[in-house]
Write a protein that binds this ligand. Sequence first.
Ligand code: ADP
Ligand code: MG
Length: 695
Amino acid sequence: MAKTKVQTNQLLDLRGVGKQVAKHLARLEIYSPQDLLFHLPARYQDRTRVLRMHSLTPGEEAVIEGVITDVSTPSRGRTKKLYEIKDETGKVYLRFFHVVKFQEALLQSGNLLRCYGTVRLGSKGLEMFHPECKVMTPENPLPIEPHLTPIYPATEGLTQYSLRKITDSALAFMRQANVLQELIPATLLQTLAFPTLKEAVQFVHRPPCETAVEALQENKTLEQQRLVFEELLAYRLSLLKTKQTFRQQPGVALTRQQTLSTAFLSQLPFHLTSAQLRVSQEIQADLSRSQPMLRLVQGDVGSGKTVVAALAMLQTVESGYQAALMAPTELLAEQHHRTFKRWLLPLGIQVEFLTGSVKAAARKKSLQAIADGNAKIVIGTHALFQEAVQFSKLALIVVDEQHRFGVEQRALFREKGMQQGCHPHQLVMTATPIPRTLAMSVYADLDSSVIDELPPGRTPIKTIVMADDKRQDVIARIREACKEGKQVYWVCPLIEESELLNCQAASKTVEQLQMLLPNLKIGLIHGRLRATEKEEVMRAFQRNEIHLLVATTVIEVGVDVPNASVMIIENAERLGLSQLHQLRGRVGRGSVASFCVLLYQQPLSRLAKERLSLMRETTDGFKIAQRDLELRGPGEVLGTRQTGDLSFYVADLMRDNALLADVNHAADTISKQHPECIEPLIARWLGRTKEYSKV
Ligand code: ADP
Ligand code: MG
């Protein structure tokens, strides 16, 4: 939600808002009547019905009415006063630890009270602890609340009571003033059967008494969904605008000579799959245009995205420019470095490497080669764009395993990569299949290609789910597999709070396994090793000098050792499906049959059981992602970094998933028929700070 940050006089004009109140409101980032109208209740109470005492259940919040029949002051404990009140159906005690004078005067035996509070089971029966109480007479009953009572996010100095008064004034102001302009065209609202913005805002502040409280708390009422819809719409429009703005920037048209790529392909020991070919051609066409490319390549683990990236990079080099590939971890950057050196040195192309842990002397050499343009291909981590790295002629940035980088970082790479007013092309690769509607929503600023085919000759991975107490069987399997020359991963997921404890746990696992498997060479890799140490271990594993590699989840992304065909994952019930899928993708890369054992701790919840059996049933990344989205929310599917950026005000991608198709459709309609609505919508919901095109 965009805030003005400047207090408007209109706010002070509202009844009940003086200088002092305005100061408190500023702490809630409320500077105008509009901000106040968008200061939405956190929850609701139902005070619209007086409940009979016999129908009360402990735990519920309720309004009751009754006559005080007894007042006592227990001699023991902290209770100052205990009042017994009765209606025709039963009795309830009101327990107070302290009572102020004027209250005490009201709470006299024989008085009729209306109380609001949470019902609980006390020592003498049902009771309310420090309820709100009002005295009334049978002839003059207090009016019943006409709507559900909103509870607002508050701050010191502002009670719920004053917040309700002030929002009352703001709602009155809204009804007569020209605020909260309707930005969704009437025809669209009609087709979607949504109320107007003002109706929706009025409703969420003062829901009529017949509204289902549950639906309200879950943001599921039509009026709330209307607000959610508008926010998601604004978000999508902003991404589309980013895309459009970016497309209008000048880029570098790269020629398609294909001399290098032909030479490269002919030295590969395999042919491209038709999916790899198709996606490569899409990229090739993009690169040859003078608008910068912004393309997402989705391809399941092992679908061969690296070769596709290499082809794009070769087209860049061929045209006399530099290409950079950025990986999310040092380990993965190192692996890519090795692969690219192996592929490209024979073609006479210099490959440089740059990460945070490259030592001063080597770094200086790298920076020099990057600056004078001798380094045609540069592989690294985000260090490539954080530091004073000067490229000579950068025309392509490849971002591998995109889900680790957020929307804002993506925009940052674009800006940093700017060269003499030209934007480099950007190729974003992800192994996490993203369900289509979700992808359209979060990646609306990218074009997208899918590598929907695995290279031939792979035997499917067999997945076995096992309780941890069957470890002995697993050890036996490992012994068997290693005898046949296979290699094994043993993954210990993060279960401790601290990285240090996790690494210690992993070291312990190594000790235990070594005792049980004395003839095997066992290695260990975790996040606290230095980059060079990690590389050493990975190299040894790749050269088959290590049979069994114990690892924390650092190996999750992209690591490629085709001879490793067995994977054991401990505490598998703690991991998300997408993450399990990523991990499992480390095996099944060669032609031998692979298997993956998911070890779990007893007892297993029903949901956990269901998740693990899904892993056993399918290796289809899209299916798994869809299920993960349903079960654990977009955070799992997109990575936390990604969703961390997606802090919506009223929307929740998981909960409101069903709206996305309509949102996407509405965004198209508005772009075509009502372009004047775009800017105000973005300004209302995202403000200036969140416009990704300007990061
Ligand atoms: P990912 O898409 O997960 O990044 P990689 O690019 O690491 O996958 O490729 C996985 C493995 O498959 C690598 O060993 C790679 O050399 C190999 N590979 C890629 N394309 C093909 C192909 N068309 N045929 C056979 N093997 C391939
Ligand atoms: Mg990869």
